[in-house]
Write a protein that binds this ligand. Structure first.
Ligand code: B12
Ligand code: SF4
Length: 447
């Protein structure tokens, strides 16, 4: 069977995104799916890196879909089906909205594809394809995974191919987050030796671990990163603010080569943390946490989401001030977004506050609901103000913690220049640009 694996991308990320070079690291999804069907002839098209050819030749097209890309994924699905190709779809959004996805695909695979993808491909070959495949009937596993086929990706299109998944799931259930909504509350881990063996295949020093919360299982994290120490890599990953409370783990992180963490600080309002069920975050501790992470040589991308019901018009200045005072290395601002399937979405829908139904705008940069204490325009202007306040040259130099992380100034300045550019380009991606999929031919609606 000839299988084409597709990852359509939203306008901001498509074909190298906002930059001339693709600054994305290699996503694991399609490379892993390819490895799960070793006997098939597989080709990968990741639209963050290159166009998806409309004349591609395949028996089956399998599409990975997140909410922000759903509208585009569906258009591709309709188009390839009109060419007589069998279309499978999976990923976060189809898992949350399976019936909607089924309108565009021959089969929808919900949850993890580890156990079901191969079955669906074989069913497609035998003309016995089912409408829906669900992962392991509530007992998913990520053990015994094959090494993802990164050789099928266009190597020079990514800043690195060295990405590895270790932990699946999160021990929190924040009301806006699509991850626990889609994959449930369980935390799955890969055997440490499997992860180490995979990392040993990587060329170069840098390793990216895109798992949403590396400390979801703290004992596993201790074991994994202790095993990473001899590899002498530099790694980057995601945790929650809870990392500040384990000196033992922080020391292991440092020894194993952790150079950067992405942390969801979310808000300067402690009330918002309660509202979004992220009480692990203690706003008054942010400065203490940043000092502690810097003491361990770890730089931080700190994410904040604006537009919660507690956010008044002063929230932008207060957040920018907190970023400056706490010396957050790379502040990142977005708009709190009600992803379908989440408690936050249900709440806003009940209140009649959802204003946008085009999924392409669900990219955390556009306002898709009625904010409570400000207008949509004020929210968009406020976010721009926060970016400007933190990414002026003066602010970039002032925010750098010369005392603790002087050695890492190079990484700091390169990352800050990148985000300074990113912040400047938002204006180019208005709603009409985001929702335009006219490059994919329309097909008549199916009966
Ligand atoms: C790499 C990545 C990206 C990449 C590419 C993603 C893409 N598909 O377009 C980029 C940088 C472009 C990106 C952007 C964004 N992302 Co992103 N991203 C990730 C990240 C960190 C890693 C993905 C990965 O490689 N995972 C590892 C693989 C193995 O897991 P997986 O993708 O879930 O795949 C498994 C199953 O889902 C399933 N599966 C998935 N697809 C398919 C398809 C088929 C056919 C089958 C059978 C099975 C299947 O099988 C796989 C193996 O079990 C995830 C978080 C995560 N750790 O997953 C977030 C995540 C996917 N992103 C998310 C978000 C919110 C965004 C952004 C909106 C926000 C932002 N500012 O970054 C933008 C939106 C972009 C847009 N509009 O196009 C959310 C998705 C929420 C949602 N409802 O859509 C996630 C889950 C993070 C989170 N905390 O919630 N992202
Ligand atoms: S801690 Fe992060 S990954 Fe976990 S549920 Fe909350 S937002 Fe999602």
């Amino acid at each position: 069977m000839k299988v084409a694996l597709l990852s359509p991308a939203g306008a901001m990320h498509r074909y190298n995104g906002m930059f001339h070079k693709n600054l994305h690291y290699a996503p694991i999804t399609l490379a892993l799916l390819a490895a799960l069907i070793p006997e098939e002839e597989v080709v990968i098209y990741d639209e963050t890196a290159e166009p998806i050819p409309l004349d591609l030749s395949a028996d089956v097209v399998a599409i990975t879909c997140i909410t922000g890309t759903a509208t585009r994924c569906y258009k591709y699905a309709d188009y390839f089906r009109s060419r007589g190709i069998t279309v499978l779809i999976g990923g976060v959004h189809p898992t949350l909205m399976p019936k909607e996805a089924k309108e565009h695909a021959d089969a929808v695979l919900t949850g993890l594809g580890d156990r079901t993808f191969r079955q669906a491909i074989s069913d497609a070959a035998n003309h016995t394809l089912k409408d829906f495949y669900a992962d392991d009937e509530g007992c998913p596993s990520i053990a015994d995974r094959p090494i993802p086929r990164k050789d099928l990706l266009k190597k020079n299109k990514y800043i690195t191919l060295n990405t590895v998944e270790c932990v699946r799931g999160c021990n929190h259930s924040c009301s806006f987050c699509a991850y626990p909504a889609a994959f449930g509350g369980h935390v799955l881990t890969r055997p440490v030796q499997d992860v180490i063996n995979e990392i040993k295949t990587f060329k170069g020093k840098v390793v990216i671990i895109p798992d949403v919360n590396l400390i979801a299982d703290i004992n596993y994290a201790k074991e994994l990163f202790t095993a990473m120490i001899p590899l002498k890599k530099w790694w980057f990953g995601l945790t929650t603010t809870a990392i500040g409370h384990s000196d033992e783990l922080l020391s292991i992180f440092q020894k194993s080569g952790c150079k950067g963490l992405l942390i969801g600080f979310e808000s300067v309002n402690q009330e918002t943390q309660k509202e979004i069920h992220k009480t692990v975050n203690k706003v008054n501790d942010y400065k203490w946490l940043m000092d502690k992470l810097h003491d361990h040589g770890i730089l931080v991308m700190g994410c904040f989401a604006f537009g919660s019901d507690e956010d008044g018009k002063d929230v932008f200045d207060r957040t920018a001030k907190l970023c400056m005072d706490s010396m957050i290395d790379l502040p990142r601002f977005s708009i709190i977004t009600p992803f379908p399937g989440t408690p936050f979405y249900q709440e806003l829908k009940k209140e009649g506050r959802i204003t946008e139904t085009n999924w392409a705008l669900y990219d955390v940069e556009h306002v898709v609901y009625e904010p409570k204490q400000m207008t949509k325009k004020e929210l968009l202007e406020g976010i721009e103000k926060a970016w400007k306040a933190c990414y002026s040259w003066k602010a970039i130099f002032k925010r750098f913690d010369w005392k603790r992380i002087k050695r890492w100034f190079f990484i700091y300045i390169v990352a800050n220049i990148g985000y300074r550019q990113y912040a400047k380009k938002f204006g180019d991606y208005d709603e009409s640009v985001m929702t335009d999929n006219s490059d994919i031919p329309d097909v008549p609606e199916r009966a």
